[in-house]
Design a protein around this ligand. Structure first.
Ligand code: AMP
Length: 114
């Protein structure tokens, strides 16, 4: 079940988080329940509910999120590898209704995911 959009409160700084990166388009912060030594969420400031709600006008924004992920992965020393995860809707494992990219690394990550 998708809960309330807690990430809007994080964007407005109503809820404190450890910010890793911020610019005019996005925010990256540590996940509160890390699944790996590095577990960072990268979110757009634009309100987009799910991956399925993306439109062509979001192409450059989503490209930007990937570039930020690449930059953070380098800064975090994840040369051996990392994983980007984008859960979509309930069957995809999405719990917060604001599109977000997980950056996971710092350990060997198994496949397939659960
Ligand atoms: P997902 O299940 O893909 O929707 O991921 C939502 C993620 O948000 C989970 O990994 C949560 O641990 C994380 N999360 C929820 N609330 C917070 C918070 N206040 N600060 C940081 N991460 C959060």
């Amino acid at each position: 079940m998708l809960r309330e959009n807690i990430f809007l409160k994080i964007i407005s700084k109503t809820i404190p988080v450890t910010i890793i990166h911020e610019d005019s388009e996005c925010l990256a912060f540590n996940d509160i329940n890390p699944q790996a030594p590095v577990h960072i969420l990268i979110i757009p400031k634009k309100e987009i509910r799910t991956h399925a709600d993306l439109t062509p006008e979001d192409s450059s924004l989503m490209g930007h999120l990937h570039m930020v992920a690449t930059k953070i992965a380098k800064e975090m020393g994840l040369e051996k590898g990392y994983r980007l995860v984008l859960n979509c809707n309930e069957s995809g494992g999405q719990t917060v209704p604001h599109i977000h990219m997980h950056l996971l690394g710092g350990r060997n990550l198994g496949w397939p995911p659960g």
